[in-house]
Design a protein around this ligand. Structure first.
Ligand SMILES: [Zn+2]
Length: 421
């Protein structure tokens, strides 16, 4: 079941240079346990098929201080068993509404301006721009999602964004006044190609707006389990400035926002564009320097903290198991794969996992193949302890399942500190 990737197949490659500055002085600062792709849940009839694991090593660039994975797993592997969770939850839609409103209020693009969203998914964000009178165009490589969005009135090209595609869009639709990219800026190995495409497509007074998980949040909130193969980059503001500059662009705003456990919203324009660089950029860099995110040593300490959490949880679970207790998991987000592998909480410790998403129920977790069941299973099977793998939602989950605790069950919260309730 736990095999290394077969040699000779191009399932992944390790790049030799920093994704932002091209530098070669890359230091390993955090070696997490190798895992299969974090979203590769499998069905019962795929249980015999081995799932390869890939290195999950975090590197720090000594030249520009960018934190990144160098092992790039082929998209065909990453998305082979991908459980697609549509982003149409009410909080997600509300986030995009205020996101669009913020851009419209700040930059006041005239009606009819072209807005392009890279990785546009089902077109939720673009719909708000469309309602405000903009021309909109989505780009998303998932053909079924692109077709569905187009059918629902948000024209979406089923393609990867590239300099060539950007030139084609510009030739057909004109230059874009606003280009957005949310949670894609950390997912693409050829980030230079994306920015070259944006520079090609953007109008002289246009803006590029992107949201990515923010390294400051990963560090401050111990979100180490958001490190998995889909997320190649852990962005901070400081390394992005020379990166954009080298590619003919300029970062003009850097604001923290609450989405995805803590994100960075960056805004860039063409170099020499009409807007001054906002105070948010220097403020973000000052915050990053204060935390020491420009030093490899900081991430080594981060790793030691995670190792201490692992040791504490491992001791607790082994003692419980030795005492004959039954343990189950709560929540099967992608990040549970990193947590389970790095903390070695596989099927020998956890009997099953419950998750509220029907898309994941009756599947098995990547690699370890722990069954995922509906939440009702905790009342039917009555495990003595529930390890909360979706620990960032620990409070509402414990609240929602008070009946489990009232009946004598216990919750284990593994991060940011080990707690038993
Ligand atoms: Zn670098």
């Amino acid at each position: 079941m736990f095999v290394n990737p077969p040699a000779g197949k191009n399932l992944y490659h390790r790049r030799k240079t920093c994704r932002l500055c091209g530098g070669r002085r890359l230091t390993l600062v955090l070696g997490l346990a190798p895992t299969p792709p974090a979203n590769a849940f499998v069905s019962r009839d795929e249980l015999d098929k081995p799932q390869p694991r890939f290195p999950l090593d975090v590197f720090f660039c000594e030249d520009c201080h960018h934190v990144q994975l160098l092992d790039v797993v082929s998209p065909s592997v990453l998305f082979e068993n991908y459980v697609y969770v549509s982003g149409t939850s009410p909080s997600f839609v509300a986030h995009f509404e205020s996101y669009a409103r913020g851009i419209l209020d700040q930059f006041k693009p005239p009606p009819g301006s072209l807005v392009v969203d890279i990785g546009s998914n089902d077109g939720t964000l673009l719909r708000f721009f469309q309602q405000a009178g903009m021309r909109v165009l989505g780009v998303d490589p998932a053909r079924n999602i692109a077709e569905e969005a187009t059918r629902k009135g948000i024209k979406t090209l089923p393609a990867f964004f590239s300099p060539k595609l950007a030139a084609d869009i510009r030739a057909e639709h004109g230059a874009a006044t606003v280009i957005t990219a949310n949670n894609v800026f950390a997912h693409i190995d050829d980030l230079e190609g994306i920015v070259e495409g944006i520079r090609t497509l953007l109008a002289p007074d246009g803006v590029f707006v992107f949201e990515v998980s923010y390294l400051v949040d990963v560090f401050e909130k111990t979100l180490f389990d958001t490190i998995y193969h889909e997320h190649l980059d852990y962005h901070s503001v400081k390394p992005l400035i020379p990166f954009f500059k080298r590619l003919g662009m300029e970062l003009i705003e850097a604001v923290r926002v609450g989405s995805h456990g803590g994100s960075l919203r960056g805004i860039a324009q063409l170099k020499g564009g009409p807007r001054p660089v906002g105070k948010t950029v220097a403020a973000a860099i000052a915050c990053e320097e204060k935390l020491g995110l420009d030093r490899a040593e900081t991430f080594r300490r981060f790793g030691q903290n995670i190792a201490a959490l692992k040791a504490a949880l491992g001791k607790l679970l082994r003692e419980l198991k030795a005492g004959g207790k039954k343990i189950a998991g709560f929540g099967a987000p992608a990040k549970a794969t990193t947590l389970m592998y790095h903390f070695e909480t596989g099927p020998e410790l956890i009997d099953f996992i419950v998750d509220d998403s029907p898309l994941k129920q009756n599947l098995f977790t990547p690699g370890y193949h722990v069954p995922v069941l509906p939440a009702s299973a905790i009342y039917e099977r009555r495990p003595d302890y529930l390890l909360i793998l979706a620990w960032n939602f620990a409070k509402p989950l414990m609240q929602a399942h008070r009946a489990y605790r009232d009946a004598g069950g216990h919750f284990i919260v593994p991060i940011p500190q080990l707690e038993v309730h």
